[in-house]
Structures are given as C-alpha cells and as structure tokens.
Write a protein that binds this ligand. Sequence first.
Ligand code: ADP
Ligand code: TRP
Length: 333
Amino acid sequence: MHKTEIVLSGIRATGKLHFGNFLGAVQNFVKFQQPGNTCLYFIADLHTLTTLQSPEELRGNLIEIVKDYIAAGLDPEKSVIYAQSSVPEISELCLYLSMLQPLGDLERIPTFKDLIRKNPDNVNLGIVTYPVLMAADILGPKATFVPVGEDQVPNIELARSLATRFNNRFGDTFVIPNMMQHMIRVPGLDGSKMGKSEADNAIDINSPREVILERYLKKGITDPERKRASDPGDPYDRCQSVYSVHELVTPGEVETRTIANACRTAQIGCSECKHRLVDGIAKILEPFQAARAELSEKDDYIKEILHEGGKKARVMIRETTSDVRDKMGIVIY
Ligand code: ADP
Ligand code: TRP
C-alpha cells in the first residue's frame, strides 16, 4: 500500500451481509479508513439488478447494508458512502468502456461462468457486462486500491487491462488500480465459498451467538472421514468449514496450531472445535452487533448519508467521465 490511496470497494445488495463479507471485505474497508486516504464505499445496486429481485427487497437490503457499514466502523465523515445508482455518470462511463472490451474475455471470466451457473434461466446482457460496470466503478474516481475478497480478482484484473487499453489508445487517463496482497475466501457451512446467494451456507453477521453455534453444530461440514471423536482428524485438507475459519478468526499462530494438533491427535472432537470457533466469531461480532442495534430504526439518517455521499462521489466521477467522453469524440451539444 502507498502512503495515500484512493480506496474503493462495493457490495451488492443481494441480501444480508454474512461473515465472509465481513472478514473478506468490510473489515478491510474500515482498516483503510485512515488519514491521508480517500475512501469510497458504495452499494452496487445496479449490479444487483443482474439477478433481479423484488424492488422492495433491493431498496431494503441497500439501507440495511449501509447500517452494517456504519456499525462496522465506517464513518461518513471519513469515507464517501453512496449508492452506485446515485452517480449516473458510472453507467455512462460503463458504456464508453464497453466499446473497448472484447466480448471473448467477458465470456471466459470465472465470475461470469459462476453467475450463469447460479442463474441459468436469466442469462441477461447485464451479466455479460458486469465486469465492465465494475471497471467504471473503479476507474471513474481513479481508485488506486480496491480491497475485495479473493473471488473478485478476475474482475479487478479485467478493470486493470481495460484501463491500460484505454490509456494506450487515448493517452493517460486512468490510474491502474491495485489489489491487496493477501485476499481471503471464507468457506460457508458446506465448505464452498460463503455467499449471500449460495445455498444456505452463510453465517448472518446479525445472528446471535446461539444461532451461529446451532448452525455450525447442525450444518458445519468438517472432516468427512472422521467418523468418531477418537479418530484423528485432518484439519488442513479434509476439514471443510471449520478449521480454515479458525485460522482467520483466532489470533496467533500458536493458538491455531494447538487446535490443529488437538484435532490431528483426536484430543478434541468436531463439536468442541466448533464451540471454540463460535467463541472467536462472537468476540469479533459483539461490538458490531451492539452498534448495529442502535441503528435499526435510523433509516432517515442512513438516507441522509447516502444523499451526501452520492453528491460527493458524483463530483469525483463526473470529471473522469467528461474527460473520457471528450477523448472519444463525443460532444454534448
Ligand atoms: P456475495 O458473494 O455473498 O453475494 P458480494 O459478491 O456482494 O457477496 O461480495 C461483497 C464483497 O465480499 C466482495 O469483496 C467479495 O469478494 C467479498 N466476499 C464475498 N464472499 C466472501 C467470502 N466467502 N470470503 C471472503 N470474501 C468474500
Ligand atoms: N462485484 C463485486 C462483488 O460481487 C461488487 C462490486 C461492484 C465491486 N463494483 C465493485 C467491488 C467495484 C469492488 C469494486 O462483490
């Protein structure tokens, strides 16, 4: 990370935030909110439309996620917090960028394949252009740094190459954004990536401790070859949903090694291991949940934040869009 960065990231309003979003994205958003950095954090409501849901749900999710942002520590005095759709210049920029984006790359991108696998009955054009809209999100305010979870790497790479292609053809315009060095992928209860839209595999960050524990005890898949607590387990390769989360939430290598050894030598069973994991998760989530409860009835306050944030973001993005328009030969008469 350079000394001062323009940090930007977004989350779709597809549902409630889960622990993967929290560890992989939101906690980093908060970490980079430091003096010297300009931070832009938004809700990607237009991207959400690619997997169309009810308008009420979309509007509701958007507000709830901003409450999560604030409760997690984002400060509207320090970060620009906005809805993607409040900045119409992003959509305009997406259109310009799409003229330089080969279709083949979009069809090959793993996130495209993943979206059509999950929505086989709705392979719309928005899904194809999804990464180009994302590139417009990033390149519009000239973000230098984009904190995301590991699954988003191909999309950021596409934004980087699109920026380079534009700069080569029209002269220096865009900044090439960087990613974090260590990105994470939090597994869900079934071992695959924890996701909002995935088959019931997520831990809702607003769930009380008992509910999280019950979900891990009932649904958390561990080492399938460990039939009895007296069998030695394999935390690294075979345990699917628990041990790798320990590594993410339990501070200190010694501590995690102790857990791994206890598993390998059958000193603890999976149930005990899950109890310890949920203790760790609850410790992280408790301060967040306390702050979040304070915001539950404050929709007007959240809308005000979005209104102010939208205005600020628009100023930053408008300038780039106008420059791009100009360079491509488009004149608004
Ligand atoms: P979801 O995949 O749950 O629908 P989004 O696609 O809106 O969520 O992701 C928002 C942010 O959270 C992105 O930066 C994404 O990389 C990150 N993220 C999502 N799921 C995980 C996960 N299981 N582990 C780590 N980061 C994740
Ligand atoms: N595609 C991202 C996701 O699913 C959300 C997103 C949209 C985003 N635009 C972005 C993330 C720009 C970072 C930067 O998680």
